[in-house]
Design a protein around this ligand. Structure first.
Ligand code: HEC
Length: 122
């Protein structure tokens, strides 16, 4: 939504710049900087997804820390509890492959508990 707003603005500027008046040439000249700014913004917006459930809890923070190292921490509601169990095992494999410290039993329990509580209902 935020994105669309920015893109609209950008397109409007671009149309103005093709007009050819001295003022619009100025805008055209300043556009490379603008483009970089927008790209950066778009990049950061990968990170600004919907907040995790129980966002302030220790479990959510552990989940974000341990499962958000290689990709964003997926929304718990995107999988069912049964799928999370399998996914977690596969991810432990990935962690081993990438020589990332394995989950301790406690961490696994906390993360699985967190994901299961907030999982998609089947
Ligand atoms: C070492 C890096 C790494 C860590 C740490 C990691 N993952 Fe992943 N994850 C991946 C990769 C790579 C993929 C891409 C799919 C694949 O290659 O299997 C992925 C994909 C996923 C997917 C998407 C699967 C799909 O079908 O789209 C989910 C969900 C996921 N990971 C959950 C987790 C959870 C939960 C944790 C924490 C326990 C975790 N990941 C930690 C590397 C990692």
């Amino acid at each position: 939504m935020f994105h669309k707003l920015l893109m609209n603005r950008l397109t409007k500027r671009r149309t103005a710049a093709s007009g050819g008046s001295p003022a619009s040439r100025d805008i055209a000249r300043s556009r490379p900087g603008l483009m970089i700014a927008f790209r950066l913004l778009a990049l950061f917006c990968f990170a600004c997804q919907r907040p995790l459930p129980e966002a302030n809890s220790a479990a959510a923070q552990l989940y974000a820390r341990r499962c958000g190292q290689c990709h964003h921490a997926y929304a718990p509601a995107s999988l069912t509890a049964a799928m999370w169990r399998i996914q977690l095992e596969m991810m432990e494999g990935k962690m081993r492959q990438n020589r990332i410290a394995p989950l301790t039993d406690q961490e696994r329990d906390a993360i699985l508990g967190y994901l299961t509580r907030n999982a998609e209902h089947d």
